[in-house]
Design a protein around this ligand. Structure first.
Ligand SMILES: Cc1cc2nc3c(=O)[nH]c(=O)nc-3n(C[C@H](O)[C@H](O)[C@H](O)COP(=O)(O)O)c2cc1C
Length: 451
């Protein structure tokens, strides 16, 4: 049998993925929307449902960027509610390691793992910036160089807290009158980021430790994933680049005593399914134009150029100005914090190479992710080949519509993947670790270490 494909569903978030103005688009905040997408993913035997996080609304030129969907409820709260309307689906929350404290976060994640009988995951993201930090005001942001130090120690501390209880410690034995087996929860952590001691109040989660996801892409981010994560949410989705990323990250695992299969790499992708390949191609083009309206295209280019370009025509050529090396006009958007001049140069080259793309055509081209387009059989074959040829271990599917955007995929493509033997016909385990084929927590519990 070939490699098994792992699938996850992303509830589309604040970037210009969601076509909120589409007549078929629903609410981004009603529980019914989350429940529909989660139930669809569970019907498709997906491994997990994924929520991103943003701790400050994005801004353009000093104003809230409201061209796209903005504003969303808190992830762990939503996932806790979803635990009640699903039975197998993993529930993955993106939660920042910079603006949280380990005790509180470990408690919330352990609680989700209990409520869902072992289906919780934590996507450890590391945003550090002063812009987001202003929302917290405890001097609460870090130098960029320190964010993975804090992330590592946050995760290590959370693991110590989860390990401070034994499995099965709750006896609740009416006969003997004993509620817990022995003293539980005592911890002491002394490190550069956290110096805390006390008693952890939440019994050990069913999975031992919730599944750990990582999403950063720097050298440090990749090492952190190789040493500590169970899953990577990758932005490298176009096949050749994805293969290079896959190879690079998997080759880093051995030095941490891990096997390549201990870390699943899942890029964010989309799928456009229609009756015929030609119809799907047409639909995919329509979706991209709806995602990248003229104002959205201009805002993207302003973000890269770091300038107000409101006089430019989105259907005309790229600005002949050089990018502004200063502060920029876009805040709270991760991809614009890099070398703007280099991105602008790349975009200009791409436009020229394609015979002079307009601003809007360029943004459509440059900001797209891997899209599987075609009739159901075509999409199933493309996805299967991608995984079998080591592009990834599976995919995080990002629909353009909430909440019905995965209906067609699950109804029409999933059965074909199952026929090919690349996707489970049904869940064979109960926990998210089971679905991902991961063994229990890799770290010995504190108690075992002490023994
Ligand atoms: C695919 C992907 C998804 C991400 N999702 C989020 C998110 O939802 N919230 C967030 O604060 N950061 C998110 N990040 C940002 C990362 O956690 C990290 O802060 C950023 O990539 C910079 O880290 P790096 O220098 O290691 O790449 C995401 C990154 C990637 C690559």
């Amino acid at each position: 049998m070939g490699r098994q494909i792992h699938l996850a569903a992303h509830f589309p978030g604040v970037n210009n993925t969601t076509v909120w103005a589409d007549p078929a688009s629903g609410s981004q905040i009603d529980f019914a929307s989350f429940a529909h997408l989660a139930r669809t993913a569970e019907r498709g035997k997906f491994d997990f449902f994924f929520l991103a996080e943003g701790l400050r609304l994005r801004e353009m030129k000093g104003r809230i960027h409201d061209l796209d969907v903005m504003g969303r409820p808190e992830s762990l709260t939503v996932l806790a509610a979803l635990a009640g309307v699903t039975t197998h689906l993993g529930l993955a929350a993106t939660v920042n390691s910079t603006f949280n404290e380990p005790y509180e976060l470990a408690r919330r994640l352990a609680t989700l793992d209990h409520l869902s009988d072992g289906r919780a995951a934590w996507n450890v993201v590391t945003s550090w910036d002063a812009f987001t930090g202003e929302n917290f005001r405890r001097g609460g942001y870090l130098a960029e160089a320190d964010r993975y130090n804090r992330a590592r120690e946050m995760l290590q501390t959370a693991r110590e807290l989860w390990d401070s209880w034994d499995d099965g410690a709750i006896l609740a034995d009416r006969e003997s009158g004993r509620f817990v087996a022995a003293d539980q929860g005592a911890f002491r952590h002394a490190g550069p980021q956290f110096d805390i001691s006390g008693v952890f109040g939440t019994p050990r989660p069913p999975q031992g430790h919730p599944v750990i996801i990582q999403a950063g892409d720097s050298e440090e981010g990749r090492e952190f994933a190789a040493s500590d994560a169970d899953v990577i949410f990758s932005r490298h989705s176009v096949l050749e680049e994805a293969r290079a990323f896959f190879k690079d990250v998997k080759s880093r695992l051995a030095k941490y005593g891990r096997r390549p299969d201990d870390l699943k790499i899942l890029p964010a992708v989309t799928a456009v399914v229609a009756d015929t390949d030609a119809e799907a191609v047409e639909e995919a083009a329509r979706i991209r134009r709806a995602q990248v309206s003229a104002p959205t295209a201009l805002a993207f280019v302003e973000g890269v150029w770091g300038r107000d370009l409101s006089g430019y025509d989105a259907d005309g050529p790229l600005p002949d100005l050089d990018p502004d090396p200063g502060e920029g006009v876009s805040r709270g958007r991760a991809q614009f914090r890099g070398d703007r001049a280099a991105v602008a140069r790349r975009w200009r080259e791409l436009s020229e190479a394609r015979g002079g793309l307009t601003i809007r055509e360029l943004v459509i081209e440059a900001t797209g992710r891997q899209t599987f387009v075609g009739a159901p059989g075509t999409v199933a074959e493309q996805m299967d080949d991608y995984v079998q040829t080591r592009g990834s271990d599976g995919f995080i599917l990002v629909p353009h519509l909430t909440p019905t955007g995965l209906d067609a995929f699950v109804d029409r493509v999933v059965p074909l993947l199952q026929e090919r033997g690349s996707l489970r016909a049904d869940y064979t385990g109960a926990t998210l670790r089971d679905h991902l084929g991961l063994s229990g927590p890799r770290r010995p519990s504190v108690r075992e270490k002490d023994a």
